[in-house]
Design a protein around this ligand. Structure first.
Ligand SMILES: O=C(CO)[C@@H](O)[C@H](O)[C@H](O)[C@H](O)COP(=O)(O)O
Length: 230
């Protein structure tokens, strides 16, 4: 490896400038690390699906029933989980095939989020949007790797009180979200048992796809006791 210009690059790329490190062993280390993370992600996704397959089906059927009655979906999370929430809302509202559902990611509108955060308080950025838009036939899905974020907890509490179906995706040991579910204050909670935020988010994404798939399947079936079904 060339070592010229090492003064100017050592701050940005310290590993490249190390004379002991050759490029091949660096690539081998990176590949081994990536393989280890992929294997851990696959193991965790399988364990999560084994644990929550039935729970996802129950939630998906409940969601389908609400969507058939005109219910809408609100998804929310912080940081990386906000983009997972956006993906989920987009999956429901703009499916490549299947039935579209009115769905919004509540972190998506920066004017609303920054105004609420600045003027009212960050803890209320999702709760205030639930108050503004939600009706009792709707569904709220919150994603939190810690299971503890105040802005999500206040919104879920509000949603549950208003009669929405409430679903939480958590990580680590489940945090406050899992405690809410145990106390009957949250309808469904899926905790991905890992200490890695990124592995948790990967499993959350997979569980979200599964939930969408179950809901889609049941939305296209006639509702129980409906004229269509008899
Ligand atoms: O790790 C990432 C993204 O992968 C961060 O952006 C992370 O999502 C943020 O720190 C969040 O604020 C964490 O909040 P939460 O998942 O505990 O509710």
């Amino acid at each position: 490896m060339t070592t010229h210009d090492s003064e100017s690059t050592s701050f940005l790329y310290p590993f490249i400038d190390s004379e002991e490190t050759d490029a091949q062993s660096l690539l081998d280390d990176l590949a081994a690390s990536a393989r280890g993370k992929a294997a851990e992600s696959a193991r965790l996704q399988k364990a999560s699906l084994d644990e929550y397959g039935d729970g996802l089906t129950a939630a998906g059927i409940d969601m389908a029933d609400r969507f058939r009655r005109g219910g809408r979906l609100y998804t929310f999370g912080n940081g990386g989980s906000s983009t997972d929430a956006a993906t989920l809302a987009s999956l429901f509202s703009r499916p490549a095939r299947g039935r579209p559902v009115a769905a919004w990611s509540l972190a998506a509108d920066q004017a609303v989020v920054t105004a609420l955060g600045n003027d009212v308080g960050f803890d209320l950025i999702f709760k205030r949007q639930i108050i503004a838009h939600a009706r009792d036939r709707d569904v709220a899905i919150a994603l939190s790797t810690s299971g503890n974020s105040d802005d999500l907890m206040t919104a879920l509490t509000e949603a549950k009180q208003r009669g929405l179906l409430t679903i939480g995706f958590a990580g680590h040991e489940g945090g406050r979200m899992a405690a809410m579910a145990s106390a009957g204050e949250l309808d469904f909670c899926y905790t991905v048992h890992s200490q890695s935020i990124h592995r948790i988010q990967e499993s959350h994404a997979m569980l979200g796809y599964r939930l969408w798939s179950v809901a889609q399947e049941h939305m296209t079936r006639p509702a129980p006791n409906s004229v269509e079904a008899s």
